[in-house]
Design a protein around this ligand. Structure first.
Ligand code: PRX
Length: 656
């Protein structure tokens, strides 16, 4: 056996069985897979009883590919499920969020009773501004409790929220506002980042210059920094919301009422407005949260260290945990705000029992060193989770050993913005886990790995991950673009959902996710398309042509490498090339977000193209990865690639 093969063999054969003690008390018992397999729809219908319905559904699934309806004749209110029903059941004094600010010493405790009042007041305020069921409301906020309250207030009124990650630029915000025609925006003056205020409102003001239909902007005062005010459009949260009645009588909406719009990158320059509806989504996230994290609502302290600006935050900071009445930690800052042991301090202080984060963060924490976690008492932890990208076995092992004391089960959860909730994962207490494997489909979910022709591959083989049956949390479509929905997800292989990820089945039939198979990049768990970044690059006056690829990166999983040809004005030509590169990088940050800044920009006189004029990305990927260059015979000018390979390393952007 070659060394690489031997290593892979070891990886596949390293297994961790659940402890008998954990297994005995686990929410999931081994029979769960059989129960769900016997009749997945009936199983999901039983899970829907976790929710409080005003009218219980009599229908389960209506499926007319690609359109699914789940529980469609049921009616419910998402915010009642997340908040009011827990208060009504006598759990009002239970903590919903231990909120921890970026700056040390700043914290808030919000009980379910507090949350009920906050949501009622916010809902009343939105009504006063004119929000009605069916409207879309954009939310552009830092990680503060009001962000959750804003989401729940929209849900309470039957309005869909479109949360835009606060790290996105004004341009990205305005295009999302326009695409789903949001008439209201909820934001804050700013956020804190490593102790310093970082403004948000100016980006909203800039975005709204191109969104004339936005009627009102509700602004939370977070930093206290000066903001520009547009009378008649802008309203302070503390003035408008806090004077509202503390009760709000909810209406109930059909299960298929749109709850969420969440933009995510596809393979084109235009992000897709993935939308989710209420009954199926809530059932999915509550059920997965209960079993996958083994949630014991009375005693656990759950912490998803993600931002509400992504689907992970929606499903496992807001809707799943709140529907289950969990107590959570919500943290505003970065992992090293206030010191490299900040996370471990938080876990120790709040006795966090379940931690859910991304592999990229684990790798960063690993780099900082185990002395940081070692200096804190992490013995409260009992389940660890990861999400967002494939986790390398080394990071998995570090997480297990240094955070989980070789005791906590690790759940590597695979899912997407489109899937609404987790689809592939081990279950703590049942599953034998393997470092780097997401293992198998959640009960009631059917996935497969298929080859180019859509045939199921055997054990030990790789292919494309597909989902073969509809599931409750699945997206109901791309906002305003049903044709693109059908084309993107349901056309590659007939009858099944094409996820866009590569996967393999190991010798035991367990699943390993291998990353994207399309032009979507995964940078620190953030999803970006190559074309989106190329589009931003060519928007810079000095850029003639650009090609972007994702290259492997030890910390961020993938990193953006851009190959750029310039059209230099006389002014630009006089500049140092590094200066031009820096300008271009800053331009991308401005147009999309700092997360989209290329790690490297390689200036090249030409890009490699096929005879039909298509840029040969595969070759560029090989160049970016320093791989042996494959067949270049279809290139118009094969020497271009070698020339570019020679340029690599000579003109690189700084790394930050
Ligand atoms: O490539 C997969 C990767 O993240 C993509 C989905 O990104 P997004 O919609 O932003 O949602 C991220 C959070 C759910 C997937 O197509 N991905 C997500 N989880 C995993 C993963 N890749 C490997 N293993 C995972 N556990």
């Amino acid at each position: 056996m070659s060394e690489a093969k031997l290593e892979a063999w070891h990886e596949e054969n390293r297994k961790f069985a659940p402890s008998a003690e954990f297994a005995a008390q686990a929410n999931a018992q081994p029979s769960i897979y059989d129960e769900a397999d016997a009749n997945p729809e009936a199983w999901w219908r039983r899970q829907a009883d976790r929710l409080t319905w005003e009218k219980a559904p009599t229908s389960t699934l209506e499926w007319d590919l690609p359109n699914a309806k789940w529980f469609s004749d049921g009616t419910l209110n998402a915010s009642v499920n997340c908040v009011d029903r827990h208060v009504a059941a006598g759990r009002g004094s239970k903590v919903a969020y231990h909120w921890v600010g970026d700056r040390e010493g700043e914290s808030r405790t919000i009980t379910y009773a507090d949350l009920q009042v906050m949501v009622a007041q916010a809902a009343n305020a939105l009504v006063e501004l004119g929000v009605v069921a069916g409207d879309r409301v954009a939310i552009y906020m830092p990680m503060i409790p009001e962000a959750v309250v804003a989401m729940l207030a929209c849900a309470r009124l039957g309005a869909a929220h479109s949360v835009v990650f606060a790290g996105f630029s004004a341009d990205a915000l305005s295009s999302r506002i326009l695409d789903s025609d949001c008439r209201y925006v909820i934001t804050a003056d700013g956020a804190f980042r490593r102790g310093a205020p970082s403004p948000l409102k100016p980006a909203v003001d800039e975005a709204l210059r191109s969104c004339p239909d936005v009627k009102a902007v509700l602004v939370v005062r977070r930093t206290g920094e000066d903001v520009v005010w547009t009378e008649g459009r802008d309203y302070w949260w503390h003035e408008l919301v806090e004077r509202q009645p503390t009760e709000h009588t909810p209406e109930f909406f059909p299960a298929e009422q749109t709850l969420i719009i969440m933009y995510t990158s596809g393979t084109t320059a235009k992000p897709k407005g993935i939308y989710h509806t209420t009954g199926g989504y809530l059932t999915h996230v509550a059920t997965t949260h209960h079993y996958i994290f083994d949630l014991k609502a009375d005693t656990d302290v759950f912490w998803t260290a993600a931002d509400i600006g992504w689907i992970t935050g929606h499903s496992y900071i807001v809707y799943g945990p709140l529907a289950n009445g969990a107590t959570q930690v919500m943290y505003e800052g970065l992992p090293d705000s206030g010191g490299k042991d900040r996370w471990w301090k938080i876990i120790e202080q709040y006795k966090v029992t379940i931690l859910y984060t991304a592999p990229t963060t684990i790798r960063t924490l690993m780099k900082w060193g185990e002395e940081y976690p070692a200096s804190h008492d992490l013995s409260s932890l009992r389940v660890l989770g990861t999400v967002g990208e494939p986790i390398n076995p080394e990071a998995w092992m570090w997480y297990r050993e240094h955070i989980g004391a070789n005791r906590c089960p690790i759940v590597d959860t695979w899912w997407q913005t489109e899937t609404g909730g987790i689809l592939v994962t081990p279950l703590p207490g049942i599953s034998v886990t393997k470092p780097g494997a997401a293992m198998r489909a959640f009960p009631g979910i059917s996935v497969d790995v298929v080859d180019n022709e859509g045939r199921s591959v055997g054990n030990g083989e790789g292919g494309y991950l597909v989902v073969t049956k509809p599931w409750p949390g699945m997206t109901r479509g791309i906002y305003g673009d049903p044709a693109r929905f059908l084309e993107t997800y349901w056309s590659r292989f007939p009858g099944v959902y094409f996820a866009g990820d590569g996967a393999k089945r190991d010798a035991d039939g367990d699943l390993w996710l291998l990353g994207r198979v399309d032009d979507v990049m995964n940078i620190s768990g953030h999803r970006l398309s190559t074309t989106e970044v190329e589009h931003a690059l060519v928007g810079h006056p000095a850029v003639a042509e650009a090609a972007v690829v994702g290259a492997s990166d030890d910390t961020t999983g993938q990193a953006i490498v851009a190959f750029v040809t310039l059209r230099l004005s006389a002014d630009d030509a006089s500049k140092d090339q590094t200066e031009v590169i820096e300008e271009i990088r800053a331009h991308v940050a401005r147009v999309i977000s700092p997360i989209a800044k290329p790690r490297q920009i390689i200036l090249t006189p030409e890009l490699p193209k096929t005879r039909s004029g298509k840029i040969m990305r595969r070759l560029l990927r090989d160049v970016a990865e320093n791989r042996h260059l494959g067949d270049v015979t279809t290139l118009t000018d094969p020497t271009v690639v070698n020339m570019i390979a020679g340029l690599m390393g000579s003109h690189t952007g700084s790394e930050d």
